[in-house]
Design a protein around this ligand. Structure first.
Ligand SMILES: *[C@@H]1O[C@H](CO)[C@@H](O)[C@H](O)[C@H]1NC(C)=O
Ligand SMILES: *[C@@H]1O[C@H](CO)[C@@H](O)[C@H](O)[C@H]1NC(C)=O
Ligand SMILES: *[C@@H]1O[C@H](CO)[C@@H](O)[C@H](O)[C@H]1NC(C)=O
Ligand SMILES: *[C@@H]1O[C@H](CO)[C@@H](O)[C@H](O)[C@H]1NC(C)=O
Ligand SMILES: *[C@@H]1O[C@H](CO)[C@@H](O)[C@H](O)[C@H]1NC(C)=O
Ligand SMILES: *[C@@H]1O[C@H](CO)[C@@H](O)[C@H](O)[C@H]1NC(C)=O
Ligand SMILES: *[C@@H]1O[C@H](CO)[C@@H](O)[C@H](O)[C@H]1NC(C)=O
Ligand SMILES: CC(=O)N[C@H]1CO[C@H](CO)[C@@H](O)[C@@H]1O
Length: 324
């Protein structure tokens, strides 16, 4: 894990692995336990009220770090497109998509770098398109960067030059994200992949909590669904229980490496795919070479792996891909 800290990565690649220190994993395990307890309590209440009853968009006050998020039991919206467990996929974020030859049902590509023409081409080939953007960070190279107010910016994302955590509770941020959803629907994206919704797990400088993320992710899901787009949860294992009913999939990085795929398997149990990425070549190697047998095993062999949509990628998320 520590070697990852030495990696130099540029541009709009995703992150998450970067800050996954042992300390963080311990904190996350604690959070998961807390959530499990909270869910137990919440389920008792929720069953009485009935699913679809109470509001999931309530304004929760963000308190101290590690606070237990609410177990939202209702007011979820549905999506027209629900991909099946095991759906094949490809993800390319490093540059505009220029290789559509991979035989995958779903392509996850950058919202800004790609024009509608390539999305149309994928649709013509019978594929579905998920459009990636960062929902939890400011990126100083995006075309809408000037819309961000300095009051909404927090700490730098460690290891990601030009990126800062943002106040995901701010109405100004919400408007920027609504504009991005409008852009996605204009480009005919079938779904969105909003990244960096786990600011609570990082030194964000804004006091972001799990509750903030739960409210933000559920809000964005309802807005995406209202635009006839589907949406998934990126990493953020600690808040799964409070948002999963609003999600159509999980996008996960490195659960095999960190031995936490069981956390994400709850998606497949609810008939929702886990679009799963492993980087067995490590942080510094980005080439077109095939992985070794042992590297493949480290990416592909885990409990429930047969239900995961696993891809083996370079950390830069360029065209190169292998499957299990
Ligand atoms: C909504 O999305 C579904 C699934 O992708 C699609 O079949 C349908 O045509 C869309 N509806 C509209 C009005 O765009
Ligand atoms: C795709 O674009 C990247 C960046 O411009 C380039 O390095 C790569 O060679 C291109 N690949 C193909 C298959 O055209
Ligand atoms: C693409 O994959 C599907 C199953 O996912 C398979 O049925 C089909 O034959 C494949 N096509 C090619 C050209 O390999
Ligand atoms: C997208 O379209 C714009 C405007 O037509 C053009 O400048 C840009 O090069 C295109 N990008 C790609 C990746 O094709
Ligand atoms: C984030 O935005 C909310 C809503 O505007 C505000 O109440 C809160 O104080 C802001 N947080 C920070 C750290 O500025
Ligand atoms: C989406 O398309 C509509 C109609 O062409 C246009 O009015 C609107 O400005 C577009 N929105 C974005 C975010 O591109
Ligand atoms: C996939 O999930 C189903 C339903 O949860 C389960 O019965 C099955 O054993 C799983 N298959 C694999 C290969 O893990
Ligand atoms: C699906 C659903 O019931 N959505 C509702 C959630 O709550 C907001 C605010 O009360 C409503 O506007 C939605 O219609």
């Amino acid at each position: 894990m520590d070697t990852a800290d030495d990696a130099v990565l540029k541009g709009p690649a995703p992150r998450g692995w970067k800050t996954w220190t042992t300390k963080k994993k311990l904190i996350m395990l604690g959070s998961i336990l807390t959530i499990i307890i909270a869910l137990g309590v919440g389920l008792g209440v929720g069953l009485g009220v009935g699913l679809g009853g109470s509001s999931g968009g309530e304004e929760e006050e963000g308190g101290g770090g590690g606070e237990t998020p609410p177990s939202t039991s209702g007011n979820y919206t549905t999506a027209k497109w629900q991909p099946a467990v095991g759906t094949s996929w490809q993800i390319v974020l490093e540059y505009a998509l220029n290789d559509t030859s991979v035989n995958a049902t779903v392509y996850d590509i950058d919202l800004f770098n790609n024009n509608q023409s390539v999305i149309d081409e994928l649709h013509d080939a019978g594929r579905k398109v998920i459009c990636y953007f960062s929902a939890g960070s400011y990126e100083n190279w995006r075309p809408d960067k000037d819309k961000f107010d300095s009051d909404d910016l927090g700490k730098d994302l460690e290891g990601w030059p030009g990126e800062k955590w943002i106040n995901i509770s701010s109405p100004r941020i919400h408007q920027i994200m609504l504009d991005r959803l409008d852009l996605a629907v204009n480009k005919s994206c079938d779904g969105v992949d909003p990244d960096n919704v786990d600011g609570y797990d990082n030194k964000n400088g804004l006091g972001l909590t799990e509750t903030d993320s739960v409210n933000y992710v559920n809000w964005m899901a309802n807005e995406a669904h209202a635009r006839n787009m589907s949406i998934g949860l990126k990493n953020a294992g600690a808040i799964i229980g409070s948002v999963i009913n609003n999600m159509q999939w999980s996008v996960n990085e490195q659960c095999a490496q960190y031995e936490e795929c069981d956390t994400y398997a709850v998606f497949t149990e609810k008939s929702k795919p886990v679009f799963h990425i492993e980087y067995p070549k490590g942080a510094d190697t980005n080439n077109d070479d095939s992985v070794s047998t042992s590297q493949r095993q480290s990416a592909c062999d885990f409990t429930d792996s047969g239900n995961f949509s696993t891809v083996i990628k370079n950390m830069l998320l360029d065209n190169w891909i292998e499957t299990c």
